[in-house]
Design a protein around this ligand. Sequence first.
Ligand SMILES: O=C(O)[C@@H](CO)OP(=O)(O)O
Length: 248
Amino acid sequence: MGTLVLLRHGESDWNAKNLFTGWVDVALTDKGTAEARRGGALLVEHDLLPDVLYTSLLRRAITTANLALDAADRHWIPVKRDWRLNERHYGALQGKNKAETKAEFGEDQFMLWRRSYDTPPPQIAVGSEFSQDVDPRYADLDSVPMTECLKDVVERLIPYFETEIAADLRAGRTVLVAAHGNSIRALVKHLDGISDEAIAGVNIPTGIPLRYDLTDDGGVLRPVTVGGEYLDPEAAAAGAAAVAGQGK
Ligand SMILES: O=C(O)[C@@H](CO)OP(=O)(O)O
């Protein structure tokens, strides 16, 4: 059975500015670029060289994967990109400052929008500067999301994981998935069997590969180690705590 490596993109411009990002296609900061290269160096150090890459359609994940694979001399592997790996669409919150949103709506509403399993933020307006309704990369979708909660991400992503990504894992490949805080939370929730309530407490750090060795348990892929293993556990704990604290 193959190995799954989940990599959240390096710090983005909007992470640095503390803005809700979602499907807005922002670039990496210099720090994010360095994180991505270090992610690739960690793959080499742990002898975890990917055979195939999956990314979202957003440049912060695509660029992170390119930099990491370049650092690992694996820039040549096959690539599959899919919108299902995109960040959770943050609706009308896209482009808004997290601290200002918390101050305006209060901690409870802020956390409900940010970390509840099934309460989406208000929909973004059609034609808004931060909406993706006319973005050509989504032209094949029946409808482009106008907001999403984590449950929506699970519902769009897990069927894709179970078919496309799982096929590569079952073929024994090392699969790198370069994605986002909330699309990785959806995958981790599924793999580790985390409850709808407990997933609120799981935060994914930027740029640190998270390794899952998997076994096939009667047709279901299960992690050998629940929670997987970050290739730099100390940095991962600090990074996850920083994500949890956003909005302060
Ligand atoms: O803004 C976003 O798109 C995400 C990830 O950066 O934020 P949060 O961690 O608040 O869900």
